[in-house]
Design a protein around this ligand. Sequence first.
Ligand code: 13P
Length: 265
Amino acid sequence: MAHWTDRRADRGGKIVAGNWKLQPPRGEGVELFRAILAGLGDAPVGAGGPGAWVIPPAPYLGLFGGELSLGAPLGLGAQDLSPCGYGAHTGELGGELLADFGCALVLVGHSERRQGGESDPEVAEKALAADRAGLLPLLCVGESEVERDQGDTIAVVERQLAAVLATLAPERPLWVAYEPVWAIGTGRTATSEQVVEVHQAIRKSLARGGRDGAGTPILYGGSVNHSNAGALLAEEEIDGALVGGASLKAESFLAIVEAGATVSD
Ligand code: 13P
């Protein structure tokens, strides 16, 4: 049976995940989720799992988890997790609890959390906690504008990856998202060439860490929208998109999903 982390497994297209961040308010969020689910209709779900994912703020997870039937074409992810398991940890949100509420994936190391002070070792600890809870960690890596200008892009991404590769056993599932900080929410999408170069370096790092570099799904994130998604997702090196702003409108999110399905045909 194909493992669900295999990028070549049949998912009916590329992976498109919408990271809603801290928005929208409740009424809009419920409407958005239902419109996405309706828009996906009975899109096929292969052994590789769903191709489309929503990653909403945590309070939505319980709500949406209850609305997804087994085998739905839409997966549910969380934006962060605490490394704590069940117990007396006031204010923490652990992986087991997220999994209990229908979550299958969790972002770790998003740049907005790294900017808030999250370190590489903390990110690695979270990736391990996610795996222990049965969640798929989607590790976010990416350089700042200054780091790119200094020619440090690959070194930064390799450093961010190394912490997780040293912690999470190579046979455990892991997805990666390359999200250059300068491209997030700025409208300045990285070029396909820039993305491909970094994805290739990530694959080499993964292989050096004993992983299946070629088989690991690597997504690109940073100002992806319905106009630029087709060209980015047409690249063989780019297995999917992690979408912020454009995932907050059902039409634009669904158009990106469609672009991913079209290039995979
Ligand atoms: P934008 O698509 O709004 O640039 O956000 C990207 C992102 O941070 C997804 O995690």
